[in-house]
Design a protein around this ligand. Structure first.
Ligand SMILES: C[S@@+](CC[C@H](N)C(=O)[O-])C[C@H]1O[C@@H](n2cnc3c(N)ncnc32)[C@H](O)[C@@H]1O
Length: 267
């Protein structure tokens, strides 16, 4: 698995600079006080003031720092050294206290000590992890007894569709065989023209059942699993439209496909 993780790390390192400058992340507005987190996660996770929060796969730390602005004592983790450097620099620029740690999630217990009130992760995370059961063990390891885990994520059903097609067409398997899906990285959600043809990305579609079962088997008690027919981000930009509340729905077949899920669980 190491070669897949190494390849993905190279890809993510290459994306950071363009993402920090991107319209998608709009760092200037964030610096001026705009929220980076979406209403779904702030409402479902609730008050974080005074709590210690571990943010897994924090990218360049904008969401982590938004939690810090809301009063959490934040530690962000990502395996990209470029992302961690950018996160530290953003924190220094806006003068918010936060700790950022460079680590593969699977190896985090070797690289970080401590236990947290909250472990948080969101949007575009689990598909990069080969071993979802290890991920759940790491979450359990870092939670204090009584602590809360929360994830808001694209629904694994939404990963099975052809991202280029003019209508939703099934292209990829829903069930994880253990072997990664290997695809040429043709730009990213925040930098559509970036790195075309240069990299290969390796991903795993973890079914909702695999995610939920991994969390239960790791020792977490689920409080809810929610599925949504809309998403906080337009994962099929040509097929979706923005709704008044800022979420995105499918123009055709609205309501028929799960696009996002969230889980809250306790240790
Ligand atoms: C889509 S981004 C997360 C985006 C986040 N929701 C945001 O908007 O800031 C996925 C992140 O996962 C990180 N990542 C991927 N595989 C990882 C791994 N095995 N361990 C740690 N971080 C990983 C990447 O470096 C990237 O920053």
């Amino acid at each position: 698995m190491k070669r897949f993780t190494d390849a993905n790390r190279t890809l993510w390192d290459a994306r950071v600079e363009a993402h920090v400058r991107s319209e998608f992340y709009d760092v200037e507005s964030f610096k001026a006080g705009a929220a980076a987190l979406k209403p779904l996660e702030t409402e479902e996770l609730g008050d974080v003031n005074g709590k210690s929060l571990l943010h897994l796969q924090c990218h360049f730390g904008q969401d982590s720092l938004d939690w810090a602005r809301r009063g959490a004592r934040v530690t962000g983790v990502d395996f990209s050294s470029k992302a961690i450097a950018a996160a530290r620099s953003l924190a220094a620029e806006i003068d918010l206290p936060a700790t950022f740690v460079e680590s593969d999630i699977a190896a985090l217990p070797d690289n970080l000590d401590g236990a947290f009130d909250i472990v948080f992760t969101s949007y575009g995370v689990v598909m990069w992890l080969a071993d979802i059961r290890r991920w759940a063990e790491v979450i359990h390891h870092f939670l204090k007894p009584g602590g809360t885990f929360y994830i808001a994520e694209f629904h694994p059903v939404s990963w099975i569709f052809d991202e280029q097609a003019e209508r939703l067409e099934v292209k990829y398997p829903y069930f994880n065989s253990g072997e990664p899906l290997s695809l040429p990285a043709t730009g990213s959600y925040a930098d559509p023209d970036g790195n075309s043809g240069t990299f290969t990305e390796y991903s795993w579609c973890h079914s909702l059942a695999d995610i939920v079962t991994a969390l239960i088997d790791a020792g977490l008690k689920l409080e809810f699993v929610h599925e949504f027919p809309y998403a906080s981000y337009p994962q099929f930009p040509d097929l979706m439209e923005r709704q008044e509340n800022g979420t995105y729905r499918l123009k055709d077949g609205d309501g028929s496909v799960p696009l996002m899920f969230s889980i809250r669980a306790k240790k």
